[in-house]
Ligand binder design. Structure first.
Ligand code: DX5
Ligand code: ZN
Length: 217
């Protein structure tokens, strides 16, 4: 299924609950929650207390993107805070198989993210065990960056791998996605679309509906 996962990193934090409800009412199926630790990526964003608070605003899928070192230390806490899907970076896990196992043991969906320069071969063996692969289309750490063009080919290569193995793994793209380039990344094979600044700059409902019209067409 094709889904929109607006990234609340670009939300107005004074009105976070209100904006999460707005995404829900406009029809976004996921809420993308970027957790940053100031070590794996330069920025620090927010953590469990924020996730727990907004959990009361919507039943939509909480798509928690952990940009933190050794996320295995916190899987249980993110699960308790309300995550439905937890994505960890292959580059941040010394024992990726164990960390994915921890997510599955909690009964959650598991995703693995790859930075732009990380080869797809990093997930060759774990691919059948994950529900989603997140292809970073920018270097993680900030909203509002430009999509790195070669990542589109990476999405295409991943889609081929998934289909070739008869898997149903979702492909999520994150970073620099706009109303202008979303059709191109979907054509390459992505089906879960993260958009931060393109949803939150201007009218949130209008932008969400515009994305959904393209995504569902
Ligand atoms: C980047 C984050 C993204 C970010 C996307 O490190 O993982 O989810 O919020 O923002 P835009 O869509 O503005 O590039
Ligand atoms: Zn993200």
């Amino acid at each position: 299924m094709n889904c929109l996962s607006p990234s609340i990193l670009s939300a107005d934090f004074c009105r976070l609950g209100e904006q999460v409800r707005e995404l829900d009412e406009a029809g976004a199926q996921y809420v993308h929650i970027d957790v940053m630790d100031g070590s794996f990526v330069p920025s620090i964003s927010f953590g469990m207390p924020v996730i727990r608070s907004i959990r009361e605003c919507t039943e939509r899928i909480f798509d928690v993107h952990l940009m933190i070192e050794e996320p295995g230390r916190y899987i249980s806490e993110f699960a308790d805070a309300g995550a439905d899907l937890i994505t960890v970076h292959a580059e941040a896990c010394r024992h990726l198989d164990r960390t994915v196992g921890q997510i599955k043991e909690k009964g959650l969906l598991a995703g693995v993210a790859l930075n732009p320069a990380t080869p797809l071969s990093a997930i060759d063996y774990i691919l059948p065990a994950v529900d989603m692969v997140l292809i970073m289309t920018v270097n993680p750490g900030f909203g509002g960056q430009k999509l790195i063009p070669y990542t589109i080919q990476k999405v295409r290569d991943l889609k081929k791998k998934i289909d070739g193995q008869g898997l149903k793994t979702d492909i999520e793209v994150d970073g620099g996605i706009t109303l202008e380039n979303v059709a191109g990344v979907m054509d390459a094979g992505a089906n879960i679309i993260v958009a931060g600044s393109a949803v939150f700059s201007g009218d949130v409902t209008e932008n969400t509906v515009r994305f959904l019209n393209i995504i569902n067409s």
